[in-house]
Design a protein around this ligand. Structure first.
Ligand code: PMP
Length: 287
């Protein structure tokens, strides 16, 4: 069935949606994005994603082309038009399509941003085998640019990382810079030792995950100890548990890192507990 998608103010069948070849998203990866999960037909943490989007746009001197309320309406309209029960909404805003290719930013009064949204249906998204059995990761050097706190569409290195993981018979890669884990290719990374949850502190080195913020809040509310600091792959391999968070994976256990089993190769108790709390709260607060 053909999806209805949104492009610059119009709802169109996916086959009819078009963006210019001069679009700076296409030519220069000059764009930002967000992925908001949908559970039971409702948006999970829409506010968090809208706030981060605004920050990404500001950091790149891009003018928000739509208000937060308009964005919420578009998200809801697309979920309804496409009968999405479980899945997500992908949103991308680029610096638009000037008349020609040029490194210099176009005048925003002459070149409006391009706004594209589409839905992805993923029935049974909360019941994934990955969440039940855990995933295996490899470590690779973090070779991305230095502003990973801005959610840009420059996703080639993360994509290469996933392919390296796949070639090694694993599910994902953890990125390592100066000896310390930054994050996963498309998720934040955590270890658990003696009941304490350890994850890298926020900086320009990692994306400020919306799921990360929620999970750390729920962990603190459940009296779990949280420490935000650097950790190495060696420390992770000695940990009792490891896990990742993202809007699409929620909380997912990691059971192997570079061939070393974590917690005997099966999910422990903390990651599954956090997943349960997160999903419960996400469903309750979804709009
Ligand atoms: N880090 C990176 C590099 C990501 O791409 C993502 C997912 N977009 C995350 C972390 C997790 O962020 P969120 O919880 O907001 O999905």
């Amino acid at each position: 069935m053909s999806r209805t998608v949104y492009v610059n103010g119009e709802y169109l069948p996916e086959g009819e949606a078009k963006v210019s070849i001069f679009d700076r998203g296409f030519l220069m990866a000059d764009g930002v994005y967000e992925v908001t999960s949908v559970l039971d037909g409702k948006l999970v943490d829409f506010d968090g994603h809208a706030i981060r989007l605004e920050r990404s746009l500001n950091e790149l001197d891009m003018r928000a082309p739509v208000t937060k309320d308009e964005l919420l309406n578009i998200h809801r309209e697309l979920v309804a038009k496409n009968d999405v029960v479980d899945g997500g909404v992908y949103l991308q805003i680029t610096r638009g399509a000037p008349a020609d290719r040029d490194f210099v930013y176009p005048d925003p009064d002459e070149t409006p941003c391009t706004v594209v949204l589409f839905t992805q249906s993923k029935p049974g998204i909360t019941e994934s085998p990955a969440a039940k059995n855990g995933i295996k990761v490899i470590s690779i050097e973090d070779q991305r640019w230095g502003r990973r706190d801005i959610k840009t569409v420059q996703l080639l290195y993360p994509s290469m990382g996933k392919m390296m993981a796949k070639a090694a018979g694993c599910d994902d890669a953890w990125l390592v810079e100066d000896g310390y884990v930054t994050e996963g290719t498309s998720n934040n990374a955590y270890i658990v030792k003696d009941g304490k949850i350890i994850t890298r502190q926020l900086s320009k080195d990692i994306l400020h995950g919306i799921t990360r913020a929620a999970v750390l809040r729920f962990a603190a509310e459940a009296q779990m100890e949280v420490e935000e600091r650097l950790f190495t792959i060696e420390e992770a391999q000695q940990a009792d548990e490891a896990f990742i968070t993202s809007a699409t994976m929620f909380v997912c256990p990691v059971v192997e890192i570079d061939g070393a089993q974590i917690g005997g190769g099966a999910p422990g108790s903390i990651a599954p507990r956090l997943r349960e709390i997160y999903l419960d709260e996400a469903r309750k607060a979804a709009i």
